[in-house]
Design a protein around this ligand. Structure first.
Ligand code: SF4
Ligand code: SF4
Length: 83
């Protein structure tokens, strides 16, 4: 996969209410065969939960689906959490 430079300078941190916990309903899953490593998903993630190598930190991901909505390659699928 193509290496890219991370543009965002902030990192996800534990908020006042702690990590995301168990309330998330959907989580993003990246299809690496479709992904071109453009990094747009990481730029739009409001929790900055997507790393330089496009790993998604589920401790902080809220399952909002913005990354999936913004991905130009439709490489992110939102899948229901298994409880
Ligand atoms: S679902 Fe939302 S919080 Fe989770 S990685 Fe995507 S944009 Fe970030
Ligand atoms: S926006 Fe889509 S194509 Fe671009 S890095 Fe994210 S998952 Fe890959």
């Amino acid at each position: 996969m193509t290496q890219r430079v991370r543009l965002a300078i902030s990192r996800p941190v534990q908020g006042a209410c702690g990590k995301t916990g168990s309330w998330r309903v959907f989580q993003p899953r990246v299809n690496r065969d479709l992904c071109n490593a453009c990094g747009i998903c990481a730029m739009f993630c409001p929790d900055n939960a997507i790393s330089e190598n496009l790993e998604i930190d589920l401790d902080f991901c809220k399952g909002c689906g913005i990354c999936a909505h913004e991905c130009p390659k439709k490489a992110i699928e939102m899948v229901r959490e298994e409880k």
